[in-house]
Design a protein around this ligand. Sequence first.
Ligand code: MN
Ligand code: MN
Length: 369
Amino acid sequence: MAIDYEFRLNQFISNTENKNVDLIVVTDPINIYYFTGFYADPHDRYMSLVIDSAKESYLFVPALDRDAAVEKAKVDYIIPISDEEDPFDIVGQHLEASVHTIGVEMNVMTVAHQNGLKVIYEDAEFLDIEKEINTLRIHKSKEEVEGMKKAVNIIEKVLEDGLKTIKEGMTEADLVAEFEYLMKKYGSAGPSFSTMVLSGAKAALPHGKPDNTKLENGDFLLIDFGVITYDRYCSDITRTFIIGEADDKQKEIYNIVKRSTQAGVDAVKAGVPLKEFDIAARNVIQESGYGEYFNNRVGHGLGIEVHEAPSIHHLNEDIAQKGMVFTIEPGIYIPGYGGVRIEEEVYINEEGKCEVLTSFPRELKEITL
Ligand code: MN
Ligand code: MN
């Protein structure tokens, strides 16, 4: 099942027609990958995908990536730029001179890149075209969902087998190492973001960092991680465990979060505002008296990036659409005590119904050291 990148690029070109831009300059390597099938991290070098007013496409790449770009990208022109060249000289030489409006990804383009374009097109005005890109990326095709399922299957196998390696004296960092070894062993390209293993009170930190803290009986053990496949599909799942025997308060908090995740998942369908999924999950936590300990959005889209549109928060009025894939990940985080998060990935299928892509059991699991 191959992705038709040319079709995507043409869709994008026709969707941006009414924006009246003379030039579109895409600089996010992930967006370039989305439209061409060619991925490279240019680091400090220049790379862009440009569409001119004649709808011709140009891919400017670092010279060392030229061959890979020629192999993958179906664009009209591939233009290599060597390290000694000023990329904006090269861009200026290849494109038309009369440009008044340039469509760019405002969240991505650097000031340096913008200044480079201003040297070529002194009076040019910049317009944001991220919405037009996200409108396409938000809708996952069958092929994409298959890729994402593969990423989920790998991470769930990593979780199942990685848990078996837990033993007395192990640190958070040791467990991260076990997981990341298995991620590669089971066929992924690696973690889709920094693997999070947080124990004890650290489980209350939604963005905590694993370190040499030893896993101890009575601890929460929060594991939030995912893989990226060689096709760049990401997974993202969280489960929280108890090391040793769970006490009553741990069980209470766990069960509230479990009900909250279920309520969020149950609310998911096409045709209603995205905020409803956040509110459904949030209500369970609020009604249980823990509302103050859940103060972030319930989820985010994912695909070829682990965080992408849409954002699932309680003010988002955008309507849920077929083809969306996003997370539902409520949590209760009590500073100095610990926390619980249970994160699932959901897909709104072509019938407009919710499919849960993740399948790891949500029942409270106690882990013996
Ligand atoms: Mn996560
Ligand atoms: Mn997430």
